[in-house]
Design a protein around this ligand. Structure first.
Ligand code: ADP
Length: 482
């Protein structure tokens, strides 16, 4: 490896179980920008995953019994350490994931913010006292940690998808076993190293890498795991939900989307184009809330497409470690094949490529930032998440038609729209069937707001006061005999 880290001990290639680093490199971690193997991490089997679950279960009692303030202080130290090592963590992330360094730094700050927020929120897990129907008793409602949590996370946000789960889980008093995506385990292991330095007791946080189906099988079958929290594809999410049924685990699922981005005739078109680029091309189109479909009203259609093409033409594609690059490579060859299939399908059905439209001259998994005009509902880009730098632009004429098109999908994670009419802003925001709506905004993620999907985009919420509830059980205590 040629990773240039100030603190070389942040490059961990062993798993973290019960406070010990275990296992030897077996699964290569590849830099998608160069194809170079930068490290190898262990391929653990079911029995090692069981030992991680046992460690988490053993650690649970003591961790849950600590004052919330003390758990919060450890999370706060962990936040401070992440920010102190932001540069190194960003280099690690860009090297295994491909996103531009500036985006990696942004993700580290975003990821750390969940540790800060939930370190504070730990102190605000309030129960309740309910007025009783008779005078001889009191009705008390307690909130208690659910127990051992299994977290399975994807490669597109290698740090934030972990802290968004582990932050509230640990704050609530739960302990965790985390399985990061095989493409991006180094960010996860570096986080564990910093968690240890912050003072997490052994067993409270465990990280296991290896074959997804085997680890996922144990995490879902094991009765000691009380809660599963997952971010990834809808297909795998459904499978994990099924597997969790036998032991009735609590579940949170953050799955795929098919985000519409509507531009009405009364929009500020320049602002819409700005929001469009931010929402579509962030992480080279590889986020679950990236716009998948642009729906543009006929009066501003041509102007929007023209301005979008101009902005997209200015994007710089390359190795994310290089200065000025804002479009990295796609994660792997399967990703680029899907993008190519979607573009080919659209053009074969009459759409027109007005920017990009093919693999980038840099080779590898680089793809040109692409805009397609004349997209229609019969195309794959209308139905499936492209997960790449392709912006298909659909045309509509009325508000009702826009809402119908936007909601015409089994998914419901994010939606965006641009309008300057305040009545329309309320109407459309309320009509969209999704968990997040950006009104005149293309970037809306923050640790203080609830993030989660409607319909087949998932179950549960992460972020804000909602995120910690997912890791708490409610207990009604009837205090009688007064
Ligand atoms: P993506 O398209 O983002 O790779 P996946 O759902 O395939 O979405 O992956 C998200 C996470 O789920 C990764 O950590 C991956 O290794 C894991 N995963 C994939 N298949 C399974 C499975 N059968 N059981 C458990 N985890 C899985």
């Amino acid at each position: 490896g040629t990773l240039n880290l100030k603190d070389a001990s942040l490059l961990k290639t062993a798993c973290y179980i019960d406070g010990a680093w275990v296992g030897k490199g077996a699964i290569d971690v590849t830099n998608p920008a160069t194809g170079e193997v930068i490290a190898a991490v262990p391929s653990l089997g079911a029995s090692e995953v069981r030992s991680a679950i046992d460690a988490a279960e053993k650690a649970f009692k003591d961790w849950a019994a600590r004052p919330a303030k003390e758990r919060g202080q450890i999370l706060r130290r962990w936040f401070d350490l992440m920010m102190e090592h932001q540069d190194d963590l960003a280099v690690l992330m860009t090297s295994e994931q491909g996103k531009p360094l500036a985006e990696s730094k942004g993700e580290i700050a975003y990821a750390a913010s969940f540790l800060e927020f939930y370190g504070e929120e730990a102190k605000r897990v309030h129960g309740a006292i309910v007025p009783a129907p008779t005078n001889d008793r009191r009705i008390v409602v307690l909130k208690q940690p659910v127990g051992v949590v299994a977290a399975i996370t994807p490669w597109n946000f290698p740090a934030a998808m972990i802290t968004r789960k582990v932050g509230p889980a640990l704050a609530a008093g739960c302990t965790c076993v985390v399985k990061p995506a095989s493409q991006t385990p180094l960010s996860a292991l570096a986080l564990a190293e910093l968690g240890e330095r912050a003072g997490l007791p052994k067993g409270v946080l465990n990280i296991v890498t290896g074959k997804a189906s085997e680890i996922g099988g144990e995490l879902t079958a094991n009765a000691k795991v009380k809660k599963l929290t997952f971010t990834g594809s809808t297909e795998v999410g459904k499978k994990l939900m099924e597997q969790s049924a036998a032991t009735m685990k609590k579940i949170s699922l953050e799955l795929g989307g098919n985000a519409p981005f509507i531009v009405f005739d009364d929009a500020d078109v320049d602002a819409a184009v700005e929001g469009a680029v931010a929402s579509k091309y962030r992480n080279t189109g590889q986020t679950c809330i990236c716009t998948n479909r642009f729906l543009v009203q006929e009066g501003v259609y041509d102007a929007f497409v023209e301005k979008l093409v101009e902005k997209v033409g200015a994007l710089k594609v390359g190795n994310g470690l290089e200065d000025g690059v804002n479009q990295g490579p796609l994660i792997d060859t399967a990703a680029i094949e899907k993008v190519e299939e979607h573009v080919k399908d659209a053009t074969s059905k009459g759409a027109k490529v007005v920017a990009g439209g093919k693999a980038h001259a840099l080779g590898g998994t680089y793809y040109e930032p692409t805009v397609i005009s004349g997209a229609t509902s019969d195309m794959l880009v209308a139905r499936e998440e492209t997960f790449g730098p392709v912006a298909p632009v659909f045309r509509f004429s009325t508000e009702a038609e826009a809402i119908r098109l936007a909601n015409h999908t089994p998914f419901g994670l994010a939606s965006y729209f641009y309008s300057r009419d305040v009545g329309r802003c309320w109407r459309v925001a309320e009509a969209l069937e999704s968990g997040l709506v950006g009104v005149n905004a293309g970037l809306i993620s923050t640790e203080v707001a609830p993030f989660g999907g409607w319909k087949e985009s998932g179950i549960g919420r992460e972020g804000g006061q909602w995120g910690i509830e997912e890791f708490l059980e409610v207990k009604y205590v009837a205090m009688a005999g007064l």
